[in-house]
Ligand binder design. Structure first.
Ligand code: ADP
Ligand code: MG
Length: 321
């Protein structure tokens, strides 16, 4: 069973950033409004995520860290939609199988907090001094799977991949406060804010202080966010955030549409920075090409491409009043 979990872990949590993503999704699912992320040694040494969400009752702790135990599926019908979203109830079990893992939780209404940890193959539950919410502590990632560990990049690279995941989620969840510590030092703080304030807090430092809001509405599509302006638009690929119906995507079609718009107006700016949210009817898009990947499939790809390109073009072009 440990072996099965370790194999599954290769799928779900192939690097520190994927561990961070799974744990943050759980914290958001639990309704957290403040999330603290501590990353030591690029996440290989330690990833510790604390949330103030609804917590896990003592008698559900073991279920939560066991494979295929998801509290998010109530019926077979739901199973289908939930499966496709990647809620497979195996993230915690997978993470636990490739790390030194402990989880403390203090749900409202319980007298005190409890911690579940793996002690030489056995789950143990003990009282703990945790504060309300849940804290997941993942140490020595991949210590038992050296082959996996070999695939990791430098601590620096792994850390910034983790930070990218936090930024992606922070952008989509502005009403949550996010704190990121790197090796004990505060690295980033995204205070609870409005959507536009959050977008600018992440985009402005990247765009060197020059970006422009965009908000366009078509019959059944909506595009909003901000784009880095011409002079400041020279960034790197990691300054590009595109969301389809609230989900972060990294999609070739979209990337091409945005890049083309910049090229049309700026003639050859290959790495613009932008934060864009595209919303369209769920029937028009399939986000479930692969749950772990970030691609999408549009029903009418050409129309989406053209509209996104034109909308950004119009935003970037000097106004002709
Ligand atoms: P899934 O999210 O697919 O259900 P996970 O393995 O990620 O599977 O988590 C298992 C279960 O543990 C969740 O369904 C949830 O009930 C509980 N859980 C995990 N993390 C948290 C958290 N931060 N706060 C509250 N409950 C949590
Ligand atoms: Mg989960």
């Amino acid at each position: 069973d440990v072996l099965i979990s370790q194999i599954a872990a290769g799928e779900v949590v192939d690097r520190p950033a994927s561990v961070v993503k799974e744990l943050l999704e759980n914290a958001l699912d639990a309704g957290a409004t403040e999330i603290t992320i501590r990353i030591d040694g690029g996440g290989i040494q330690r990833i510790c995520i604390q949330d103030n969400g609804k917590g896990i009752p003592k008698d559900e702790l073991e279920l939560a860290v066991t494979r295929h135990a998801t509290s998010k599926i109530q019926s077979l019908n739901e199973l289908e939609s939930v499966l496709s979203l990647g809620f497979r109830g195996e993230a915690l079990a997978s993470i636990a199988s490739v790390s030194q893992f402990s989880l403390s939780s203090y749900p409202a209404g319980q007298a005190s907090a409890y911690c579940i940890s793996n002690q030489s193959g056995q789950w143990q539950i003990e009282p703990s001094p945790a504060s309300p919410g849940t804290t997941v502590d993942v140490q020595s990632l991949y210590f038992s799977t050296p082959a996996r560990r070999k695939f990791l990049k430098t601590e620096q690279t792994e850390f910034f991949n983790c930070l990218d995941v936090v930024k992606r989620m922070a952008l989509a969840n502005p009403s949550v406060t996010w704190l990121v510590y790197r090796d004990g030092k505060l690295q980033s703080r995204f205070q609870e804010s409005s959507w536009s304030a959050r977008v600018f807090s992440i985009l402005e430092p990247m765009a060197n202080g020059a970006s422009k809001p965009i908000e366009v509405q078509a019959a059944d599509m909506q595009l909003h966010g901000a784009v880095g302006l011409p002079d400041a638009a020279r960034g790197k690929g990691d300054m590009q955030f595109f969301y389809v119906n609230g989900r972060f995507v990294k999609d070739k079609l979209i990337a091409h549409a945005v890049r083309s718009a910049y090229e049309d107006v700026l003639h050859g700016d290959k790495y613009p920075s932008f934060v864009l949210f595209l919303n369209l009817p769920p029937t028009e898009v399939d986000v479930n090409v692969h749950p772990a990947k970030t691609e999408v499939r549009f029903r009418n790809a050409r129309a989406v491409h053209q509209w996104v390109r034109q909308s950004i073009q119009a935003c970037l072009a000097p106004s002709r009043a």
